[in-house]
Design a protein around this ligand. Structure first.
Ligand code: FHN
Length: 471
């Protein structure tokens, strides 16, 4: 038996070293294998809740063209309604959002509890919300003229909110954009395109010095996948122009066109950004807590830009969205909730209601979200745990109260729960089995997700008070 075990151990060691030796050599793969721990990344992580804003020319038609409503995502109307580029681009001459008030937007985000905002500087249509010197397709050439990006950065920063820039590499306006490289001519054109995009990115990072992160999108086509070198070059360039800069995994492709995670399964960029309109499974996908990640979420099923008609899909309620925010925090991820302002610069009433409802809860309970993350405790059906790294205090956020009123909590070995409180109210804590407690949550009525704060301490080795069943 001893020999068999030794042989097994050797085999594992050998397999491990073979694996290490067969690591694919990469020029454009991951730059680090660990979570970033610098101040900028810690701030990004502690923010936890962000406001996503999709705003561009698509806000003018709002999903309706020549009297016909197209139910696919409003920002894709150009393609859904097969609108020629020149016709679409001339929407620029109508862009005049008279109600736009950057300070009011920033106040709304602040009251909602958002600690960062990510704005589409350029979406797939190619229109730029800043006066770029590398194209004439920008805000400065609309009747509105004002530098929307600058106003937003200033207003949000004045509220203490970090601003990040969404940038779509895919560009329907630019003549040199290619979906694939199939000829030398494509290759030459696409090189020009990459230079253009690189110039714009440098321009953004230089001219808006407080930008904290770049949120890349539209990077899934073969043309980009065949140019992994460029994605790494952009990551390095942005970080050298602005030390501490953060980039999402969507930017990156490695030498073999592998995206997000390189051919050695290492995360590229600073955080994983593949969770779109979905969240990791809180029980099965605990591995995602090993790296930073962010989920982005729409209010209707799949509308990012303003669409006039939200009647065709489920529209998420404030409580559903709040639960997603808590769920994300409990798994060590950020939650980026999308808003699509209309062509006048106003928000839909549903979005205002969501911001207000979430904000009311965050004003009371934001401290179980900001600076918090994965608690390391087994998830239970009543809701989620969060905690500040290293703290002995664990937060329970209760969404589903069992009819018994008994909330089960399973603690790791040698951890003891001392108290359970919601504000001034203390709940009875009952130890019921080895590493298991009930919190007697006797509240008559829940008015929203309840926060129960557990004070814990490290306990010594437990004796044999609880015997395993002999079966
Ligand atoms: O096509 C876009 C979509 O319009 C939106 O911008 C989302 C946000 O994550 N990204 C793309 C789809 O993945």
């Amino acid at each position: 038996m001893k020999h068999t075990l030794t042989a097994l151990a050797l085999a594992i060691t050998f397999a491990g070293s073979t694996q290490a030796q067969t690591k694919t050599p990469l020029q454009y793969g991951a730059q680090t294998t660990e979570k970033r721990s610098d101040d900028a990344m810690q701030k990004w992580r502690s923010n936890r809740f962000g406001q996503f804003i999709h705003w561009g020319l698509y806000a003018i038609p709002g999903g309706v063209w020549n009297g016909k409503t197209y139910n696919y995502a409003a920002e894709f109307l150009k393609s859904s309604a097969r609108i020629p580029t020149s016709t679409w681009d001339s929407l620029m001459y109508q862009f005049n959002p008279k109600e736009f008030d950057a300070r009011a937007w920033a106040k709304m985000a602040k009251n909602m509890g958002a600690r960062y905002m990510t704005i589409t500087t350029k979406h797939h249509e190619g229109f730029c919300l800043w006066p770029s010197q590398y194209t004439s397709f920008h805000i400065g050439n609309t009747p509105f003229r004002r530098d929307i990006l600058k106003e937003l950065v200033e207003a949000y920063n004045a509220e203490g909110i970090d601003v990040n820039f969404y940038y779509s590499v895919l560009d329907w306006h630019h003549p040199d954009w290619r979906y694939d490289i199939q000829s030398p001519a494509d290759s030459i054109a696409f090189r020009r395109f990459l230079t253009f995009a690189g110039n714009q990115l440098k321009e953004l990072a230089t001219n808006y010095p407080t930008v904290k992160a770049f949120w890349f999108d539209g990077t899934w086509d073969s043309s980009i996948k065949k140019n992994g070198w460029w994605t790494l070059e952009m990551e390095k360039m942005l970080k050298s122009v602005r030390p501490g800069m953060i980039v999402n995994s969507r930017l990156r492709a490695d030498d073999f066109g592998k995206r997000h995670f390189d051919s050695n399964n290492q995360l590229m960029g600073d955080y994983e950004s593949g969770y779109e309109r979905r969240l990791p499974n809180a029980v099965k996908d605990v591995k995602v807590t090993q790296w930073d990640w962010e989920a982005c979420m729409t209010v209707p099923e799949n509308q990012w830009g303003y669409h006039r008609d939200w009647s065709v899909s489920h529209v998420k309620s404030p409580l559903e969205l709040l639960e997603m925010l808590v769920h994300s925090t409990s798994m060590g991820g950020n939650f980026l909730l999308n808003f699509g302002p209309d062509g006048n610069g106003g928000f839909r009433k549903e979005e205002l209601h969501i911001a207000k409802t979430i904000g009311n809860w965050m004003q009371q309970h934001g401290n179980v979200i900001w600076n918090c993350g994965y608690a390391g405790w087994e998830k239970q059906d009543w809701g989620y745990f969060t905690r500040q790294e290293g703290s002995a205090v664990v937060n329970m956020i209760v969404f589903n109260k069992p009819v018994s009123g008994l909330l089960k909590v399973k603690v790791p070995n040698n951890v003891k729960i001392l108290t359970a409180r919601s504000g001034n109210k203390a709940w009875k804590v009952e130890e019921i089995a080895k590493n298991e407690y009930y919190i007697h949550y006797t509240a008559k009525k829940m008015t929203g997700p309840e926060v129960i704060v557990l004070e814990t301490e490290k306990a010594g080795q437990q004796g044999d008070k609880y015997q395993e069943a002999k079966t």
